[in-house]
Design a protein around this ligand. Structure first.
Ligand code: PGA
Length: 247
């Protein structure tokens, strides 16, 4: 299976900007694009546009967050069933901004993983430690807590991916070193081998200030099966340059 390069647009771009991005993205570099599995996690308002451009392509797409119920009195939430209905293929779960700004707990990430799988969406679970947690040597404890909180019961036998995103490297320009990435990915890989041995095909993505100039080196680290890219995914050129660097 090919290396995944996933874009996380966060709260950026409306439908018009999404449209021009996808037009430009799909208009060239076909051979390069076909070597990778590319995904786009777009704001809710761009989901219909994403489907219009991507539905007949191998490019996957989905929301940055889903609710764990399919419908009902949940004002302001995104239904995973509706996401599936409009063509989404994937869903991001437990991004650090959801955990830290919106106070999502490990229990929420488990329910969201289940909701994604129930609706035939492939979830990408984000995990990662804060700088304070790293400084006191708690990185692996945090990863273990976040993994065991979300990956249990029938989730462990389904297809999902995990994105290791150290909170201190997200949007800061401070990228984790290849050694730090190797250590964390190795830990996640071993944890998954022990607790989710039936989850074949799952990849471990790295996220946190991935740019064209560090992507090549990081993509070569053991157990790095893809990237989750924020800032550098907002321009077609830098997103394409990341693919080129990973070749
Ligand atoms: P960044 O964001 O690439 O801008 O650091 C990554 C993410 O939050 O997924």
């Amino acid at each position: 299976m090919s290396f995944i390069v996933a874009a996380n647009w966060k709260l950026n771009k409306g439908p018009k900007e999404a449209e021009s991005f996808f037009q430009e993205f799909l208009s060239g570099n076909e051979a390069l694009r076909s070597e990778f599995e590319t995904l786009f996690f777009v704001p809710a308002v761009d989901l219909v546009t994403a489907n219009a451009f991507l539905e007949d392509t191998p490019v996957g797409w989905g929301p940055q967050n889903i609710y764990f119920e399919d419908q009902g009195a949940f004002t302001g939430e995104n239904s995973p069933a509706v996401m599936k209905d409009i063509g989404a293929t994937h869903a991001l779960v437990g991004h650090s901004e959801r955990r830290h700004i919106f106070k999502e707990a490990d229990g929420d990430t488990f329910l969201k993983m289940k909701a994604a799988i129930r609706n035939d969406l492939i979830p990408v679970l984000c995990v990662g430690e804060t700088i304070e947690e790293r400084k006191v040597g708690h990185t692996f404890d945090v990863l273990k807590r976040q993994l065991s909180g979300a990956l249990k019961e029938d989730v462990t036998t389904s297809l999902f991916h995990v994105a290791y995103e150290p909170v201190w490297a997200i949007g800061t320009g401070e990228v984790a070193s290849p050694g730090q990435v190797a250590e964390a990915h190795d830990f996640i890989y071993s944890w998954m081998a022990e607790h989710c041995p039936q989850a074949k095909g799952s990849k471990i993505l790295y996220g946190g200030s991935v740019k064209p100039d560090n992507a090549g080196e990081l993509s070569a680290v053991d157990h790095v099966g893809g990237f989750l890219v924020g800032g550098a995914s907002l321009k077609v050129e830098s997103f394409i340059d990341i693919l080129k660097a990973c070749r």
